[in-house]
Design a protein around this ligand. Structure first.
Ligand code: LLP
Length: 417
């Protein structure tokens, strides 16, 4: 459930009409609802009830400081994948012991920075990364807490670009090598194996793959404990999907938590979850203005001032995002249309072959479910300044990141003299 709805046929975020924000901030802009973010975090967190657990929101989904700050104040920890994300969570005052660090390519600089912040654990993705962390922790004279990210070889049944837990994916350590590499970890002086991690993919719309993966890693935790490696944390990653349209209804977080807790029963361990999309996805929209409407021979093209540099998901994954007029009218006919951006690429579309109401030049439209992997994947392609970001709470809004300026785009550049 979210707080974007029509009041008097004007699309609002909470109590603020989106056309009012557009008038003051310009377009395109991302708009986030604070009440929705809080609700999504609470529903997810409460679903795990009194079980021993820590939510580590996955920063990559949306790394706006205002969002991280809001979640940190609600008790969230964070899943990070870079030195930049580490610095973001440090800036919002999150203590290191609520941070887990994933990713296959951690550099020396990033590992050292994370050791200095005393993070909760490194989710180690290879044998060579384990040795590197041991060496660097030794250099600082500390012990690095680690989990091995185990690739359980389970098919998450999602888009191939966002499935991560299959043998052919670059992520994690094959479950068949787990015992051996844990034994190595236990023998090293400067790493301490305290957990086991697994993340199988994103936008999962059924529970079975999560449960299958959990069954596999649970057996490993039991075997490792028997072998004298007492793990305290089981990190099950993120991945729970969200409804992008009325046809796909992924499981509610309560069903997800129930399924995991039932499977875990009896295994005394602190559960870590790394949700990203399910927290922010439907808490944000992208608002754009229609520049032109062009009648093609087969369909209509609605050309907006937002393009694939602002929201790349449709171009990259053929992702579906619902498009709504900001001002609703009931007298419009619907016609087959593409909503496209100004970028010089055929792949620059926000929606393709969609039945949409007639839009006119100058009108505003909203692209729903854009809070996750929207702004965080945006770029300056075609030398386009990135969009503004706005946060709404009740009847109030503030710009949390101003629109970039063309000057900013090139201020760091020099000519080769
Ligand atoms: N943990 C790890 C280790 C991850 O790799 C990811 C996402 C998450 C947690 C959070 O997953 P979520 O709960 O958001 O599904 N750009 C793609 C999604 C890429 C996901 C990458 N990893 C998209 O726009 O669909």
């Amino acid at each position: 459930m979210d707080y974007f709805r029509y009041l008097d046929n004007r699309l609002h975020c909470e109590q603020v009409p989106l056309d009012q924000i557009a008038q003051q901030v310009g377009t395109p802009f991302y708009c986030y609802s604070q009440a929705t973010l809080e609700r999504h975090f609470d529903v997810f967190n409460n679903a795990f009830g009194t079980s021993d657990h820590l939510i580590c929101y996955s920063v990559k989904a949306n790394s706006a400081l205002a969002i991280l700050d809001l979640l940190a104040r609600r008790g969230s920890g964070f899943d990070i994948v870079s030195g930049g994300e580490l610095e973001r969570v440090r800036r919002v005052g999150c203590p290191g012991n609520r941070v887990v660090f994933s990713g296959v390519g951690k550099t020396e600089t990033e590992i050292l920075a994370a050791l200095e912040q005393r993070i909760l654990m490194f989710n180690v993705e290879s044998h060579s990364e384990l040795l590197r962390i041991n060496t660097l922790a030794g250099r600082l004279g500390v012990q690095a807490p680690i989990a091995l990210r185990i690739n359980p070889d389970v098919d998450p049944i999602t888009h191939p670009y966002i499935s991560t837990g299959l043998k052919r994916n670059k992520f994690g350590i094959p479950h068949t090598q787990a015992m051996e590499i844990y034994a190595l970890a236990a023998s090293l002086d400067h790493v301490q194996p305290i957990g086991l991690d697994c993340h199988i993919g994103s936008q999962l719309t059924t529970l079975d793959p999560f449960v299958d993966a959990l069954k596999r890693v649970k057996q490993l935790v039991i075997a490792l404990r028997r072998a004298g490696i007492p793990l305290r944390y089981l990190d099950l990653g993120g991945g729970l999907g969200i409804p992008y349209d009325a046809h796909s209804i992924p499981p509610h977080p309560e069903r997800y938590a129930e399924a995991l807790l039932q499977e875990l029963d009896g295994l005394k361990i602190t559960l870590i979850l790394e949700p990203g999309r399910v927290i922010v996805g439907n808490a944000g929209i992208l608002v754009a203005r229609v520049e032109y409407v062009k009648e093609g021979e087969e369909k209509r093209f609605i050309i907006t001032d937002a393009g694939m540099n602002d929201l790349i998901r449709p171009a990259l994954y053929d992702a579906h995002h619902t498009i709504l007029p900001v001002m609703r009218r009931f007298d419009r006919e619907e016609i087959l249309a593409d909503v496209v951006g100004p970028i010089c690429e055929t792949g620059d579309f926000l929606a393709r072959d969609r039945m949409l109401p007639t839009f006119h030049s100058g009108e505003l439209l909203a692209v729903r479910s854009a809070g996750a992997y929207g702004f965080s994947m945006s770029s300056n392609y075609n030398s386009r300044p990135r969009a503004a970001e706005v946060m709404v709470s009740q009847d109030r809004f503030a710009v949390i990141r101003p629109r970039e300026t063309i000057h900013q785009l090139m201020e760091q550049e020099t000519l080769f003299a």
